[in-house]
Design a protein around this ligand. Structure first.
Ligand code: CO
Length: 286
């Protein structure tokens, strides 16, 4: 097994473990931290902070330090997670509805759209053909695919690299190539089908290393370089005093960048499914 396969296997196992944690009255931070610990116990590192995005929040909602968000009955919860083995990463997502069955069809829409996409995702398939299949399947279920979120190629230490795989027919004629590592992630909604930036997520990644005068900030920066390289990390993971102040400083200097939460523009509810594949070979996160 190579490191891509190991990362994929850990990612899949952590997703199935995480799915069972999504229950009424559980804190989102507890779910995220347990999944992150599971990834480490299985021999990986989190490729990015686990996202627990609820209802109209489509993506990038990783719990903050001391986050008090609790899962409620009727919530539509997207878990998005990945494991890294030496920078080779898996990326996967699933959607769980808590205690009700109102969004079963919307959950099925993204799962079926993902299946269609995986069938098509062979060497020399154009990415717009995959987008077209995803869009059609989601519309068949009576929902809208989210147009400004997309799947992506993965390269070592870079979770969003190279080509993107759209969730609609965007006419992009670029092709998948044998051996490429690609994450495909359909999103469905009963809203507008576009997301906009929401609150800050406290998830960051290294952007541009440059000298910094503040000694504590220098310590944090070297810790980030050593432990995460260019992979996203959470403020939760950095056990340094005054960490929020230091992160703001690094952000202001352009050394790190922060990812905002992504929310549906008309506050429509959102479902997501995601797998990482090695094109022409297999689904790594099955
Ligand atoms: Co992804």
């Amino acid at each position: 097994m190579d490191d891509w396969e190991k990362a994929g296997k850990i990612t899949a196992e952590a997703r199935e473990f995480g799915r069972k944690l999504v229950k009424e009255n559980t804190l989102a931070i507890e779910i995220a931290e347990k999944i992150e610990k599971k990834i480490i116990d299985l021999g990986g590192k989190p490729a990015f902070p686990v996202d627990v995005s609820i209802n109209h929040i489509a993506a990038h909602a990783s719990p903050l330090i001391n986050d008090q968000t609790k899962i409620k009955k009727g919530d539509l919860v997207k878990l998005d997670l990945g494991a890294s083995v030496n920078g080779y990463m898996g990326d996967t997502a699933c959607t769980v509805e808590v205690g009700t069955k109102k969004y079963e069809k919307m959950i099925q829409a993204t799962e079926e759209a993902l299946k269609e996409a995986l069938k098509l995702a062979k060497p020399n398939t154009k990415v717009c053909e995959i987008g077209d299949a995803i869009q059609k399947k989601i519309e068949e279920y009576g929902y809208t695919s989210i147009h400004n979120l997309s799947g992506h190629e993965i390269k070592q230490y870079t979770i969003h690299a190279g080509i993107t795989v759209p969730n609609f027919n965007n006419n992009d004629k670029r092709e998948l190539k044998e051996g490429m590592i690609v994450a495909i992630e359909p999103f469905a909604t009963d809203g507008e089908g576009r997301v906009m930036e929401g609150k800050p997520s406290n998830v960051f990644s290294l952007e541009n290393i440059k000298p910094i005068r503040n000694t504590n900030a220098r310590k944090v920066l070297s810790y980030i370089q050593k432990n995460y390289k260019t992979m996203p990390f959470s403020a939760r993971w950095l056990k340094f005093p005054n960490i929020n102040f230091i992160l703001r400083l690094l952000e202001k200097e352009g050394i790190i960048k922060q990812y905002p939460q992504l929310v549906e523009r008309r506050k429509g509810f959102v479902t997501q499914a995601e797998h990482t594949i090695k094109v022409g070979e297999k689904v790594l996160t099955a």
